[in-house]
Design a protein around this ligand. Structure first.
Ligand code: F6R
Length: 236
C-alpha cells in the first residue's frame, strides 16, 4: 500500500487527479471506476481543468460508477447519475454513451445487479477504481456486515450512512434507504485502487481500515489485500 498523507484537500485533489490523468495518458481507452460524494469533487474539478486545457483526452475512456440510490432517476438532482453528469461528464470530452451508473430505478433490481457485473466483465474489468470511504468504513455502499459481498448487490443503507448523507437532502427522511452498489469482487479485481479521504472525522476509520485487522465489519479493510492500492488522506 502506498499511503500518502497530505496537509490540504487541494493537495489531495491534485495528486488524485494526477494519478487518474496518468492512467488516461498511459491507456487512453481505459476503464475508470468512479465515485460520488464530496471527496472526489476537487479531483473532478482538476480533471475537468486538465481536459479543458487540452492536456487530457477522455474520448476513448469508459466509466463505471460504484453505486446509485434505489428509486432516484437521472433527472433527480440527488441521484448519482445526475451528480456525475453535473460534476464531471459534462465538463470533459467523455462520450456519455460510455459512462455507466447502476440503474436504481430498474423494475428488477436483481437483474440490474447481474447486468452491471456482466457489463464490467465485458469491459475487461476496471483499470483504476477511485473510492471514497464512509464513516463506517463502507466503500461503494458495501456496508459493514458479517461477510464481504462479491457481486453488485442491493443494500439497505446503514443508519449512520443515511445520517451522513442527509446533508445533501432537504431532510433525513428524504434520503433513500436502499442503494445498488458494485460489490467487492469488481473493486478488488480493479488493476489499481485509489482511495481518497479527508477530514478529521475520517481519521479513525482510515486508521482502522488500513492499519487494523481485515474484517467485513470494516469493509474498506479488504483493500489491504489489494496489490496496487494508493490511499491519500488529508486531515484538513
Ligand atoms: C459514493 C460512494 C461512497 C462515498 C462515501 C464517502 O459513490 O461510493 O462510498 O465515497 O460515502 O462519501 P463522502 O465523500 O461524501 O464523505
Amino acid at each position: 500500500m502506498n499511503f500518502i498523507k497530505v496537509d490540504s484537500y487541494e493537495r489531495l485533489s491534485k495528486i488524485a487527479a494526477d494519478i487518474i490523468a496518468a492512467q488516461v495518458i498511459l491507456k487512453p481507452d481505459c476503464v475508470l471506476g468512479l465515485a460520488t460524494g464530496s471527496s472526489p469533487l476537487g479531483t473532478y474539478a482538476n480533471l475537468a481543468e486538465k481536459c479543458q486545457k487540452g492536456e487530457l483526452d477522455f474520448s476513448k475512456v469508459t466509466s463505471v460508477n460504484l453505486d446509485e440510490y434505489v428509486g432516484l432517476d437521472s433527472g433527480n438532482d440527488q441521484s448519482y447519475r445526475y451528480f456525475m453528469n453535473k460534476n464531471l461528464f459534462t465538463k470533459i470530452n467523455i462520450d456519455i454513451n460510455n459512462t455507466n451508473v447502476p440503474n436504481g430505478c430498474a423494475d428488477d433490481i436483481e437483474a440490474e445487479c447481474l447486468r452491471y457485473d456482466k457489463l464490467i466483465e465485458s469491459l475487461g474489468g476496471i483499470d483504476l477504481q477511485l473510492l471514497g470511504i464512509g464513516l463506517d468504513g463502507h466503500i461503494g455502499f458495501n456496508e459493514p456486515g458479517d461477510k464481504f459481498i462479491k457481486g453488485t448487490n442491493l443494500v439497505t443503507l446503514d443508519p449512520s450512512t443515511i445520517e451522513a448523507n442527509s446533508r445533501f437532502f432537504a431532510s433525513v427522511d428524504d434520503v433513500p434507504t436502499k442503494a445498488v452498489t458494485m460489490g467487492m469482487g469488481a473493486i478488488m479485481s480493479a488493476k489499481k485502487v485509489l482511495l481518497i479521504a479527508n477530514g478529521k472525522n475520517k481519521k479513525e476509520i482510515v486508521e482502522k481500515s488500513f492499519f487494523g485487522p481485515i474484517t467485513p465489519y470494516v469493509p474498506a479493510s479488504i483493500l489491504q489485500l489489494h496489490n496496487d492500492l494508493t490511499v491519500i488522506y488529508s486531515e484538513n
